[in-house]
Design a protein around this ligand. Structure first.
Ligand SMILES: Nc1ncnc2c1ncn2[C@@H]1O[C@H](COP(=O)(O)OP(=O)(O)OP(=O)(O)O)[C@@H](O)[C@H]1O
Length: 255
């Protein structure tokens, strides 16, 4: 891998993805730099989740190339599960498993470890996301929304992946819990040198934790850069998104 390739965690070129007659992603290109938190915004139904799911190989592409950590996507073989951790929008913990068993699930699926070592890893991951060892024996139904997201995050980090995919991580959280979760993501990115790819509508997250923001419209990335640059974008959809009435109100309150 050369030094140039080494700068990027994810490289997407000319990606086309569709379902039947519908084209969702239309020759989309995007680079995610190693170690950055990239926020992705776009209209509802615009293809943000489809892009994320295509990168991780859950949706087939019609054409285009995807590289993850310098390797063509799909060529990871057994290593794929350790290349990324994923936090889906619904958090989706297994309701019949305890917190400890949920966090251990990827370990069981991918590695052969003693129960003792798995227990140690589970507690370490829970502490990393701000939970206590006592929480390990709880069931998902006993957790608050914020705790559920933290357990899902601990599970996403179980295999020490270099890349973390987050699909609307603060949705459903109150503003305090959302702010705490954002701060946690930032701390983890710094301490673990993670690359984070985050789909979000949360203007506070975009402003406070994302190093860069990419805007998806008409199946393409139409603007990308630090939030202050996106706010200057002349693209009609980007202007409407950030300078519409609701956004203006929020930005005013954030000043
Ligand atoms: N498995 C699928 N089969 C058929 N169509 C799909 C499938 N997955 C997504 N789509 C379609 O692709 C388009 C993009 O959906 P996607 O979920 O990526 O939007 P999104 O930008 O994530 O929206 P939101 O912000 O509302 O979550 C939608 O029209 C959706 O109906």
């Amino acid at each position: 891998m050369d030094a140039f390739q080494d700068q990027f965690a994810i490289r997407v070129r000319d990606l086309v993805v569709g379902f039947g007659r519908q084209t969702v992603l239309d020759h989309l290109s995007l680079d995610v730099r190693r170690g950055e938190i990239l926020g992705l915004v776009g209209a509802s139904g615009g293809g943000k989740s489809v892009l994320m799911r295509t990168i991780i190989g859950l949706i087939p592409r019609r054409s285009g190339t995807i590289e993850v950590m310098g390797q063509p996507a799909g060529g990871h073989g057994r290593g794929a599960a350790t290349a990324w951790g994923i936090l889906f929008q619904q958090g989706a913990l297994f309701s019949s498993l305890t917190v400890r068993q949920n966090v251990q699930f990827p370990l069981r699926e991918n590695l052969v470890l003693s129960q003792e070592l798995m227990d140690e890893i589970a507690i370490a991951k829970l502490e990393m996301v701000g939970l206590r060892a006592e929480d390990a024996d709880k069931y998902p139904a006993e957790l608050s929304g914020g705790m559920t997201k933290r357990v899902a995050l601990a599970r996403a980090l179980a295999l020490d992946p270099p890349i973390l995919f987050l699909d609307e991580p603060t949705s459903g959280l109150d503003p305090i819990a959302a702010g705490e979760f954002d701060a946690l993501i930032k701390t983890l990115q710094k301490t673990l040198e993670l690359t984070v790819f985050m789909v979000t509508h949360d203007l506070a997250s975009l402003t406070t934790v994302c190093d860069r923001v990419a805007a998806l419209a008409d199946g393409k990335i139409v603007a990308i850069g630090p939030m202050r640059e996106l706010l200057q974008s002349e693209h009609p959809w980007v202007r409407a998104y950030f300078h519409g009435k609701r956004s203006q109100m929020l930005q005013h309150e954030m000043r």
